[in-house]
Design a protein around this ligand. Structure first.
Ligand code: HEC
Ligand code: HEC
Length: 263
């Protein structure tokens, strides 16, 4: 009986570990790498990372996200990991159990030699996808609905997500592909649920971001301020004209009423 229990416990822990591995590859591998090796300067390594030995730390990272400066394996990180509250506490613990066993040294591999797509036609396709001129195969919303990138004039794009002009400089091609493969930022995740980007679309977008990286950041705010200002002046002018017109009419109306009374 005791032996049976031991066997069952062993099987159970195996099942949990397997589960943890699967959950890891679904939710984390896109950014932290298949073996938790990370990407130097972009995604910290989890394998061999002493902080990852603490279950509570990992569970919190998963459920609440992490941002702000981190240092591990002689590298600094200052990125943004999205909160994933959709991963239950129990699943987060299974993932933590799995990541705590990932051996190795916490030295992140330098960005994988993902070739930076420089093909201008591919970048143009990425731009069209970003702007919504070309539809995503699986029907995801155009990025432009929530982000800006590069300078597309006064009404560049949405402001729900941040400006992505310097994305390529910050994350590199490997980082961009990680983020877009496992889309995890809450608002964005909802928007792409069941509508993943295809690898081809991801590489077109990466090529596009490689191009915008050299451009000056979007000065949307300035443009909007200028437009508002111009609008106010225009509005003020219009109002002035209307006032003159109206005050004339008012006199006219009063006179008409008076003249009607006297008539
Ligand atoms: C969209 C990319 C992305 C995904 C997906 C992601 N992470 Fe992260 N993770 C990051 C980034 C970026 C950081 C560094 C944040 C910082 O610099 O403060 C980070 C940091 C961490 C840390 C802290 C590491 C340290 O050295 O203190 C842990 C732990 C972690 N992630 C675990 C996970 C687990 C487990 C999953 C899957 C459930 C996951 N991450 C999914 C991007 C991601
Ligand atoms: C429904 C709105 C929405 C859509 C559509 C959307 N995003 Fe996002 N995205 C967000 C939000 C919100 C965040 C959270 C962080 C932020 O403020 O940028 C985010 C985060 C990101 C990040 C991580 C930011 C960083 O600096 O590390 C990248 C990269 C990104 N989005 C790229 C894209 C791309 C490419 C598309 C088009 C395929 C897209 N997004 C479509 C809302 C959206």
């Amino acid at each position: 009986m005791k032996q049976l229990l031991v066997v069952m416990a062993a099987l159970l822990s195996l099942a949990i570990a397997a589960d943890g591995r699967q959950l890891y590859s679904q939710n984390c591998a896109g950014c932290h790498g298949a073996n938790g090796q990370g990407t130097a300067g972009v995604f910290p390594p989890l394998a061999g990372n002493p902080r990852v030995q603490h279950e509570a730390y990992v569970v919190k990272a998963i459920r609440q996200g992490i941002s702000g400066p981190l240092e591990i394996g002689g590298q600094t990180y200052n990125g943004m990991m999205p909160a994933m509250p959709q991963i239950s506490e129990a699943d987060a613990r299974a993932i933590a159990a799995y990541t705590s066993k990932l051996g190795g040294t916490p030295t992140a591999v330098s960005p994988e030699p993902t070739p930076i797509p420089t093909d201008p036609a591919l970048a143009a396709r990425g731009k069209a996808l970003f702007l919504g001129q070309t539809r995503f195969q699986n029907g995801g919303a155009p990025c432009m609905a929530c982000h800006t990138a590069g300078n597309f004039g006064p009404m560049g794009g949405g402001s729900l997500g941040r400006d992505l002009t310097d994305l390529h400089t910050r994350l590199g091609a490997a980082g961009i592909q990680g983020v877009l493969t496992s889309i995890a930022f809450p608002v964005m995740r909802e928007s792409y649920k069941g509508k993943p980007l295809t690898p081809e679309e991801i590489s077109a977008l990466t090529a596009f971001f490689a191009r915008t990286a050299g451009q000056p950041a979007n000065n949307n705010q300035m443009d909007i301020a200028r437009m508002l200002f111009a609008g106010l002046i225009g509005f003020g002018g219009l109002f002035g004209v209307m006032y003159l017109f109206w005050s004339n009419r008012r006199v006219g109306l009063a006179e008409r009423i008076r003249s009607r009374r006297s008539a």
